[in-house]
Design a protein around this ligand. Structure first.
Ligand SMILES: [Zn+2]
Ligand SMILES: [Zn+2]
Length: 208
């Protein structure tokens, strides 16, 4: 496995790539977005309800995207399939953890996807949400989607930490990691597509 990983890194990771810069970009964008939107919210019960709704929407969207776009070669989305295939090839159920920070190249979404998410996808969705929600609830909706991006990346990251890491001992993380390891086995195309939480896997009977 070690020799395989070395060869994989050589083949896939560009020479100029630095994991710590990738993590820094992710953190700066994520923290800025949370503070930028969060500081404009007025915290009422309706705010919390809309944030919760946005998280529910996001976990649904993520399940379907993961199951039907990242695990199938759809026309025009071969690049997404390939990136996810790298993730599954590098991290396998018996070797889920990464060795060094440069291995996040096969773990975190690339910065351009995060920029697209915050500059195009999120504003576009907020516009659509504006057709159904009163104006003061658009920002809570955007805040929920902002939180989701960070939660998704962090939970997925923890699922790829060594088993003795303290973060695995956080509530729910042990079962989340166990479930995600099954998704990194030969069952990858049929089981455990919910990376953060398994509700849609239970509904569609893809939970193992
Ligand atoms: Zn994974
Ligand atoms: Zn997958």
């Amino acid at each position: 496995m070690e020799r395989y990983r070395r060869a994989f890194r050589k083949k896939v990771i560009p020479w100029y790539y630095r994991g710590k810069i990738h993590v820094a970009i992710f953190s700066i964008i994520q923290i800025s977005a949370i503070f930028f939107i969060g500081s404009r919210l007025s915290w009422e019960i309706s705010t919390l309800l809309v944030i919760f709704f946005a998280l529910g929407y996001a976990t649904t969207f993520t399940y379907f995207l993961h199951r039907f776009l990242l695990h199938r070669k759809l026309p025009g989305f071969g690049w997404a399939y390939k990136m996810h295939h790298w993730h599954h090839t590098f991290y396998q159920s018996h070797r889920m953890e990464y060795d060094g920070l440069d291995d996040v190249y096969m773990l975190l979404m690339p910065p351009w996807i995060q920029i697209f998410y915050f500059m195009v996808y999120l504003p576009g969705l907020a516009l659509v949400a504006g057709l159904f929600l009163p104006p003061h609830l658009i920002l809570p909706f955007a805040f929920g989607l902002t939180l989701w991006y960070g939660i998704y990346e962090l939970v997925h990251w923890i699922e790829h930490l060594p088993l003795n890491h303290w973060a695995i001992k956080l509530p729910f993380m042990k079962s989340a990691r166990k479930g995600h390891a099954i998704h990194h086995s030969r069952l990858k195309d049929v089981a455990n597509f919910g990376i953060v939480e398994p509700s849609w896997d239970y509904i569609f009977k893809t939970k193992v």
